[in-house]
Design a protein around this ligand. Structure first.
Ligand code: DQA
Length: 156
């Protein structure tokens, strides 16, 4: 009898996007670029697939909803990539929920927040992130996926 194909048991990477990122492509394109969020999602799905991984791609403008998504990622993900957007600079609630995760967390920003206004220089997410990618535009999400793949390979 033919053998059943092996099913990958790796959980998806949760890719979480905070407030205003739904408007990517039209929102200050000189800062954030012209790539839309659905395009970023497609690029991420393809990149994850190259590594034999899958993604759950979410966006929310609501802090509590992002906390819920992070809580879901505790048992439902192999890693979290998060662009917390404006909440990265303000949200202890998001920091608290990330702190509970046992999986790798990559913080991702399209722009280099350290090159910008001083109020963007602090990120609460950075305090718990495994690694950080910033200033590379939409490509940064792909580099974050590469980093996750590498980290998971090493930890296997
Ligand atoms: C951002 C940077 C944040 O300062 C800003 O509030 C965002 C987007 C980025 O991806 O560059 O909304 O996270």
């Amino acid at each position: 009898m033919a053998k059943k194909p092996k099913q990958s048991k790796t959980l998806p990477i949760y890719i979480l996007n905070g407030p205003n990122l739904n408007l990517l492509g039209t929102r200050e394109p000189e800062v954030y670029g012209y790539t839309t969020l659905p395009q970023v999602e497609k690029m991420c799905a393809e990149q994850a697939k190259r590594h034999g991984l899958s993604i759950v791609f979410l966006q929310s403008n609501l802090e509590g909803e992002i906390v819920d998504q992070i809580q879901e990622a505790r048992t439902g993900s192999c890693a979290v990539i998060i662009n917390p957007a404006g909440y990265g600079h303000t949200s202890i609630a998001i920091l608290d929920s990330l702190q509970m995760l046992k999986v790798p967390v990559i913080e991702c920003h399209l722009s280099n927040i350290h090159k910008r206004e001083p109020y963007r220089h602090n990120s609460y997410v950075s305090k718990v992130a495994t690694g950080i990618v910033m200033g590379l535009g939409a490509q940064g999400y792909l580099r974050a996926i590469d980093a996750v793949a590498e980290i998971l390979k090493v930890s296997k």
